[in-house]
Design a protein around this ligand. Sequence first.
Ligand code: FES
Length: 155
Amino acid sequence: MKEKKLDQIISKYGADPSEIMGILLDIQEQEKYLSKSALYYLAEKIDLPLTRIYKMATFYEVLNLKPTGRNQIHVCTGTACYVRGADAILNKLEQKLSIKSGEVTPDLNYGLKTVNCLGACALGPVVLVNGECFGNMSALKIETMLKAVQSSEKK
Ligand code: FES
């Protein structure tokens, strides 16, 4: 990320160290992850120890130190979804994207993760794509879901 963009984010929060979470989330929204260079720059600019920033970045699951992909796919493997075939959905996605859960496609287009429960058990099995919930999923519906993601990218 360019220093100018980082400066804009930091100044939005008044370079206030107590606003670190908001700053990190904004950087991540831009970069899709928290790069080493961005964290070094941030530590210097807000005068906060780098170790403290790293501690936060590794503690909160919502923060990522590795590229996450432009499209985030979360497959729920919680009990309610699992008994309705979440594993088949995950297998199909891993096969279609040629990655395993926890990985990102080489073009950084898709990131795939599992989650324990998305709080929508009645709709299970559930897949969350970029925050949009796809309920009553099946392996057969994966193709349609990925096409919907691709077409929304073009808009
Ligand atoms: S177990 Fe999947 S949404 Fe709750």
